[in-house]
Structures are given as structure tokens and as C-alpha cells.
Design a protein around this ligand. Structure first.
Ligand code: HEC
Length: 199
């Protein structure tokens, strides 16, 4: 070992060093494969359990953007829950023999005016809904604001499987004025049909 020779001086130190790390192809551990298998099984289970023919998200907020614009901040679902669900039920199916369904009802979906007329004046008299005649009393909701009535009508027309157009607030304003002098409720389905014919 000659003084001043850096190679020889450092040899001992070099031997003490750990070997250079080298990057090999190392297969992932079994944990990763288990994780993937688990995720796949969960996905398959989820699709089987909740998929069905309809993969749209269930529950939550299913309103579309145009509906939200029309409602101007009033939540139609909330108005429905507070004012209608007690009779027509949260799912719009009504109660057999007493409260007619809004789901699949032509009174709800056919033209825009009819449901607004019903909400403004109520119904007292026979009305046929999906082949069944009801003869109860549907209260009027003139105390709700134009925005609330448009929102709840829009909600009924766009949910429970119904796919009818939203109700603009302007239509509620117009019909409220037009019906201002009419006293009492609609005398059943015949009276509503009559109103549909009027210009
Ligand atoms: C107190 C119970 C009750 C409440 C609350 C009520 N309804 Fe009704 N509704 C009825 C009854 C009963 C009829 C059938 C009237 C008849 O037989 O003359 C009816 C009929 C209707 C109809 C026409 C028939 C049909 O099934 O399509 C619509 C539309 C309607 N209601 C919408 C609403 C909406 C929207 C609300 C909430 C703002 C509401 N109702 C709140 C009892 C109620």
C-alpha cells in the first residue's frame, strides 16, 4: 500500500460497501392478484345485483339539467314529498281504490295544462285513471307559489317512469289568471276534458 495511491487506499472501503442495487423483473406478490380478483368479483356482483336492464344510478338526484333550469331553485321533489306523497305515495303509484297513480297517468303527461289546472282547483267527481274510476276529493294547491307548482308538476311529469316535458312557470302564471274567477273544484274527468278542448 503506497502512500498517495488512491485506488489502493480505497480498496478496503470499497469492499465494505453494499453491492450496487440492481433492478430485476420481480413478479408482483400474491396480494396484488388477490386484490384484482376481489375487485372483479365485486364488480360482477354489483352488476348482477343492481344492474338489471337499467344501469342509470338509482336514488339520489335523477333530475336532468333542463328540469333544474325550469325549477329555478325550487325542489320539485321536496314540494311533492310535503304536499302530494301522503296520498299519491312517494313512488307515485297512489293507493289502490283511494288515490289514483300519477305514474303512467295520461292526466299527468298528456298535455301541459291539465296537471296545472288540477293543482290550482282540485277535483271532486269521478275521474278515470289507467282504466280505474276514482271518486274522491283532490285538494287544490293555490297557496303554493307559481314556482312551487311548476316544480311539482314538472317533478310528476318527469318521474315515476313518466317522461313528459317540464312545466314552465309562465304557464302556471297564465292559468292562475285564467282560472281566477272559477269557483270550486273540477267536477271530475269530464270537466277536465272539457277544459282541454277550450281554446
Ligand atoms: C288528500 C289526498 C291528496 C293529495 C294531498 C293530493 N292528491 Fe292528487 N288526487 C287525489 C284524489 C283522491 C284524486 C282523484 C280525484 C277524484 O277521484 O275525483 C287525485 C287526482 C290527481 C290527479 C289526476 C289523476 C291522476 O292520478 O293522474 C293528479 C294529476 C294529481 N292528483 C296530482 C297531485 C299532486 C301533484 C299533488 C301534490 C301537489 C296531489 N295530487 C295531492 C288525492 C290527493
Amino acid at each position: 500500500m503506497t502512500e498517495g495511491d488512491p485506488v489502493l487506499v480505497n480498496e478496503a472501503a470499497l469492499r465494505r460497501e453494499r453491492p450496487e442495487p440492481k433492478e430485476d423483473l420481480r413478479p408482483p406478490g400474491p396480494g396484488l392478484y388477490l386484490f384484482f380478483a376481489g375487485m372483479t368479483a365485486w364488480g360482477a356482483f354489483y352488476l348482477a345485483a343492481y344492474g338489471g336492464e337499467d344501469l342509470r344510478p338509482r336514488g339520489g338526484d335523477s333530475r336532468t339539467a333542463p328540469l333544474l333550469v325550469v325549477q329555478r331553485g325550487v325542489d320539485g321533489k321536496q314540494v311533492y314529498t310535503a304536499n302530494c306523497a301522503v296520498c299519491h305515495q312517494a313512488n307515485g303509484q297512489g293507493l289502490a281504490g283511494n288515490f289514483p297513480p300519477l305514474a303512467g297517468s295520461s292526466w299527468v303527461t298528456e298535455d301541459q295544462e291539465t296537471i296545472v289546472r288540477i293543482l290550482l282547483r282540485g277535483i271532486e267527481g269521478p275521474i278515470e285513471v289507467k282504466g280505474v274510476t276514482y271518486n274522491g276529493v283532490m285538494p287544490a294547491f293555490p297557496h303554493l307559489s307559481d314556482e312551487q307548482l311548476a316544480a311539482v308538476a314538472t317533478y310528476a311529469r318527469g318521474n315515476f317512469g313518466n317522461e313528459a316535458s317540464p312545466i314552465p312557470v309562465e304557464l302556471v302564471v297564465k292559468l292562475r289568471q285564467a282560472l281566477a274567477n272559477q269557483k270550486g273544484a273540477w267536477a271530475g274527468g269530464a270537466a277536465l276534458k272539457e277544459a282541454q278542448k277550450a281554446p
